[in-house]
Design a protein around this ligand. Structure first.
Ligand SMILES: Nc1nc2c(ncn2[C@@H]2O[C@H](COP(=O)(O)OP(=O)(O)O)[C@@H](O)[C@H]2O)c(=O)[nH]1
Ligand SMILES: [Mg+2]
Length: 323
């Protein structure tokens, strides 16, 4: 999950529930039409000339929020394989489909959270309710499990309750907590959090931000200001700008990612609430249309319910044939 200074992965706690639990849940959530598709494709001879097969595939991809551009790309690649005679059975089609989706979601860069700097600064952004605060608590917990110390900065000063909620998560995760009085300057809180990490020799700073202000422009201005203040304090910081996207909001998530990416350079997506949907195709849409990798996935409300994103596993869970 974390890329550390010595190049090694920080050790991970053994997840209580293995990845299979996630696959099972994603599969359980498959819509009826897609289940029907999987059954129809399984085991039969696949005829590339049968336009209905292609239409059903296209529909399945769109239904899972892959979006039109990514869907077109996937279908084109499959058609090229079929034309070249490389796809003759439904099983081959299914395997190749998963392979293409995984390839398209695999980032060229290291997908782990970069904590090589000391302190490393992670800025967390996203629309209200998408899971920023919860994800920060989870990241801090995983950092502690990996033997790292952490300061959490409450730069969401817009809502009074936001600070209290974050403080509770900080306590649960054993992290330091830095805030100001409600209504204070978010950039000042971010600055204080970074300064606290430096003076206390902490490994990582995670900064929470507001997800809704009076206007979109105001929100983006504030985000840019926080970013600027952090960069002014530490060269190269923030080292990660993570954007939380709620997987259950479908294509809206793509639009959100686009807006945030215009304001700041988003380095990774935290795709939350995957436990509540099968519409994980949004990971493909974001990777393909915006070139932003999904780095972490949220699979529950508990403090442990965060996992690194594995494109191959994920593609398998999305389109594994019915059983
Ligand atoms: N099921 C589920 N719920 C989540 C997940 N992540 C966050 N939530 C819930 O989503 C709601 C909003 O989360 P919060 O962290 O307050 O969002 P914020 O407004 O972006 O800070 C809370 O009820 C969380 O428990 C997840 O991965 N799975
Ligand atoms: Mg919050």
């Amino acid at each position: 999950m974390f890329r550390t200074a010595d190049g090694e992965d920080a050790p991970e706690p053994e997840p209580e529930e293995t990845g299979r639990g996630l696959f099972a849940r994603l599969r359980d959530n498959l819509s009826r039409s897609r289940r029907a598709m999987a059954q129809q494709l399984a085991g039969v001879m696949f005829d590339p000339a049968d336009t209905e097969v292609w239409e059903r595939l296209e529909e399945a991809l769109l239904l899972s929020d892959c979006g039109v551009p990514a869907t077109v790309t996937v279908i084109e690649r499959l058609e090229a394989d079929a034309d070249a005679g490389r796809l003759t059975t439904a099983d081959e089609l299914s395997a190749r489909l998963q392979q293409i989706i995984a390839e398209l979601m695999t980032p060229s860069d290291d997908p782990r959270i970069d904590i090589t700097a000391h302190p490393a600064v992670l800025l967390v952004t996203g629309v209200n309710g998408t899971g920023k605060t919860t994800s920060i608590g989870k990241i801090a917990w995983h950092l502690r499990e990996a033997g790292r110390t952490c300061v959490i900065g409450a730069a969401d000063t817009f809502r009074a309750a936001a600070g209290e909620q974050l403080e509770t998560w900080a306590q649960r995760a054993g992290a330091d907590f830095v805030s100001s009085q409600s209504g204070g300057d978010p950039a000042a809180v971010a600055f204080d959090a970074v300064a606290a990490a430096e003076s206390r020799d902490r490994d990582v700073v995670i900064v929470d931000t507001a997800g809704r202000l009076h206007t979109q422009g105001h929100l983006m201005d504030e985000l840019r200001k926080i970013h600027r203040v952090i960069a002014g304090r530490i060269d190269g910081a923030p080292h990660e700008v993570l954007l939380t996207i709620d997987a259950t909001t479908g294509q809206n998530g793509l639009q959100q990612a686009r807006l945030f990416a215009e304001a700041v350079e988003v380095t990774g997506i935290v795709l939350t609430k995957l436990d509540g949907t099968a519409k994980g195709g949004i990971a493909l849409a974001i990777a393909h249309e915006l070139g932003i990798p999904v780095k972490l996935i949220g699979i529950g409300e508990g403090i442990e319910d965060l996992r690194p994103f594995d494109p191959a596993d994920f593609a398998r869970a999305l389109f594994a044939g019915g059983e």
